[in-house]
Design a protein around this ligand. Structure first.
Ligand SMILES: CC(C)(COP(=O)(O)OP(=O)(O)OC[C@H]1O[C@@H](n2cnc3c(N)ncnc32)[C@H](O)[C@@H]1OP(=O)(O)O)[C@@H](O)C(=O)NCCC(=O)NCCS
Length: 178
């Protein structure tokens, strides 16, 4: 797989790193607030790179984030990042059915507030698009946090590819964090 060097973010192998899954040369690492500083800094560099492909002006993760409710999943291939998922446990504010979303109606608010794992960022490199990498990465994350993808919350605004991805995985609608 070729990579444009100006676009690549190195993710060095570190002693004691938490590799959760491996397939076809791709490894998924988990980084949390208790990971070594070098692992948190590498994950933060990936989050900065991912931010450039999204409407957001701040990265979904920084090395200073030691919140135990932040989980970062980095997909690495050949020593560089090829994917990222950042999840954070956040209160659910509303349920947005696609019917309401498409009709530009507001989300409905749930009876009782509940905490949900929320996808703050999902990103894969262009050379991996459309090959199922984001789906596999999120499945690893889903197994790790013990919540189904279908019931995750999602941070907006969506990009076109992000919205298509959420519609595919959450066909009824999605939880909106507060
Ligand atoms: C959104 C993104 C993470 C998807 O990554 P990916 O590795 O291509 O995703 P997958 O191959 O697992 O796609 C799963 C499903 O999502 C849908 N999908 C993903 N990208 C799509 C696109 N550009 N157009 C239409 N549908 C798309 C498809 O239904 C796809 O399933 P299928 O291939 O069986 O039809 C990737 O396009 C990306 O990094 N975009 C830039 C960053 C971004 O916009 N992040 C989301 C911010 S809201």
């Amino acid at each position: 797989m070729s990579h444009d060097p100006s676009e690549t973010v190195p993710v060095p192998a570190l002693p004691g790193e938490a590799v959760l899954a491996r397939w076809d040369g791709v490894e998924v690492l988990q980084v949390t607030g208790t990971s070594p500083a070098a692992a948190r800094e590498a994950a933060a560099a990936v989050a900065l790179r991912a931010m450039r492909d999204t409407p957001f002006h701040t990265p979904a993760y920084t090395a200073a984030d030691t919140d135990p409710d932040t989980r970062v999943f980095v997909a690495r291939e050949g020593g560089v990042a090829v994917g990222l998922a950042v999840l954070r446990a956040r209160p659910r504010w509303g349920w947005w059915s696609w019917d309401d979303y498409d009709a530009e109606r507001r989300p409905s608010t749930p009876v009782a507030p509940m905490t949900s794992w929320t996808v703050e960022s999902i990103w894969t490199t262009a050379d991996h698009h459309g090959k199922g990498l984001a789906t596999r990465l999120l499945k690893v994350a889903s197994d790790q946090v013990g919540q189904r993808i279908m019931s995750f919350g999602w941070r907006r605004p969506f990009t076109p590819s992000g919205e298509a991805f959420v519609r595919r995985h959450c066909p009824e609608g999605f939880w909106v964090p507060d």
